[in-house]
Design a protein around this ligand. Structure first.
Ligand SMILES: Cc1ncc(COP(=O)(O)O)c(C=O)c1O
Length: 496
């Protein structure tokens, strides 16, 4: 059968090839990971694109070795490596090995988590993990949920359920109600809330932004004022979205106070804990999520703070009944239950997806091999490191920091020496680009109150304060050089 199309299928007869080919791939990645001495090569799209374009997709290569050799050129050599201690940019974590074992198993067995007859035990495992997470949150006995592809999908589904609940409870005709629905979230909330509102057919101004305090946490009094305004104007607040771990600042909205305001106004509360969910297993910081147990729904991204590979996320709801708003029946898959018929468990009735990966297996093996405390300790470590980074930057006159971190991000900016202050935005943009181009480190950029800032997102416990200090010096060097080349503010110009 060697050389035939069927030789490539994983079947009873090819299990040995499967072992060999995957072992070769794992060996290649293992070598690459062990040897990577910087997070990025700094390659540009223009430099890489010709190699990708030159691949003739209609002419396959001889074997796995040749395909992996080619992959080195078009991907592995220049990929961005999140496991490297000087990758400090986005909410991408290094991944734990038990989860990689889960990934290998789940793709080979290839269960699909829509129905029992495509997953069997997979459905039960996902349900156990949903129950486990809901209990960690404290959502109560009627809680349920489903794994999703990420925080964006979890937030979309949460708002879909909120829209349907609002329509179900309001006697007004749907077409009259829809333009009057509002979602309230803080100025530091995630943009997926706005995207979800658009996808759900809400008005362009349906998402109202609630002001934040100096620590970028939603102001409960401002929320109260907005809720009152909406009521006065005959608008229906279908959901308040609080954030437990904002993307830029890691700030956690005051969940208890927000839950009070929502309860008083009869508004549904969704907590976007895509980032902050790691606190659910933190041995020392669980209290930072106090009040999350009062949410109607919660987004958790295990692929952010549980050290899981992309994708691994879930939406949890206090009342499992609301998931019915995502239920549609098809005769071939999940026919409507008959009164007397046998009811097999299925997850497709709860999900926006049909065919769906068994991502839950990665978390399952992580909990079975490491246990939750070990995951929480890793997250605690990076939060400690972020505080160290904040101290370092706050004590360095070359920089300005926005807030003291609650989680593991630090937003800061390089301050050009006087009189070059007007170059600050450009100098920070330049420093970020120059750093990435050198490959020495990768940091993120963001805007705060209209000005350009830089951001560290620390999710790698292997990142030391020395790594951070080194990157801080590199940024200052790039900033100084930029300013020097445009003014005489730094003299002589530092060499780079
Ligand atoms: C607070 C928050 N919510 C939602 C999301 C979206 O999650 P995902 O990228 O998994 O779709 C992010 C992503 O960074 C986030 O930080």
């Amino acid at each position: 059968m060697a050389g035939t199309p069927r030789a490539h299928l994983l079947t009873t007869g090819t299990a040995e090839d499967y072992r060999r080919v995957l072992a070769e791939g794992i060996d290649r990645v293992g070598t690459r990971i062990a040897r990577t001495d910087r997070p990025f090569t700094g390659v540009t799209p223009a430099a890489l694109a010709p190699a990708v374009a030159a691949v003739d997709l209609d002419r396959p290569l001889a074997d796995a070795t040749a395909a992996l050799d080619e992959l080195e050129e078009v991907y592995l050599r220049d990929a961005v490596y999140f496991h490297h201690p000087r990758y400090l940019a986005h909410l991408n974590c290094p991944v734990v090995i038990p989860a990689l074992l889960g990934e290998a198993v789940l793709t080979a067995v290839n269960s699909s988590l829509d129905t029992w007859d495509q997953s069997a035990g997979g459905t039960l495992i996902e349900r156990r993990l949903i129950d486990w997470t809901a209990r960690r949150i404290g959502l109560g006995p009627a809680a349920d949920g489903v794994f999703t592809s990420g925080g964006t999908q979890s937030n979309l589904q949460a708002l879909l359920l909120a829209r349907e609940e609002a329509c179900a409870r309001n006697p007004a005709p749907r077409r009259e109600l829809l333009p009057r629905l509002r979602v309230l979230t803080s100025a530091a909330g995630h943009f997926s809330v706005q995207k979800a509102a658009t996808l759900l057919g809400l008005d362009a101004d349906a998402v109202r932004t609630v002001p934040t305090d100096a620590d970028r946490r939603m102001c409960p009094d401002a929320l109260h004022a907005e809720l009152t305004r909406c009521q006065r104007d005959g608008l229906t607040v279908m959901a308040v979205v609080a954030t437990a771990g904002t993307t830029d600042f890691g700030s956690i909205d005051p969940l208890d106070a927000i839950a009070d305001r929502c309860a008083a106004a009869g508004a549904r509360l969704h907590v976007d804990a895509a980032y902050g969910c790691g606190l659910l297993v933190s041995p020392t910081r669980r209290h930072l999520l106090a009040g999350i147990e009062r949410a109607d729904s919660v987004t958790v991204d295990y692929h952010k703070s549980f050290f899981q590979p992309v994708s691994s996320s879930a939406l949890l709801v206090r009342d499992g009944q609301v998931l019915r708003h995502a239920t549609y029946h098809a005769d071939y898959l999940n026919p409507a239950p008959r009164a007397s018929g046998e009811q097999l468990p299925n997850q497709v009735d709860k999900s926006l997806q049909t065919t769906r990966r068994f991502d839950a297996l990665k978390l399952w093996l992580t909990l079975r091999m490491m246990g939750p405390d070990a995951v929480g300790e890793l997250f605690d470590e990076v939060i400690d490191r972020a505080d160290g980074a904040w101290r370092l930057l706050a004590g360095d006159p070359r920089f300005e920091v926005v807030t003291r971190p609650t989680l593991s991000t630090v937003v800061f900016r390089y301050l050009p020496p006087a009189p070059a202050g007007h170059l600050a935005d450009d100098a920070n943009r330049h420093a970020r680009r120059a750093l990435a181009a050198s490959g020495a480190a990768v940091v993120a950029g963001t805007r705060v109150d209209g000005r350009q800032y830089l951001k560290f997102t620390l999710l790698n416990p292997e990142t030391t304060l020395d790594d951070v200090a080194h990157v801080v010096d590199l940024i200052a060097g790039h900033g100084d050089r930029y300013v020097c080349e445009r003014t005489a503010a730094v003299a002589p110009c530092p060499v780079g």
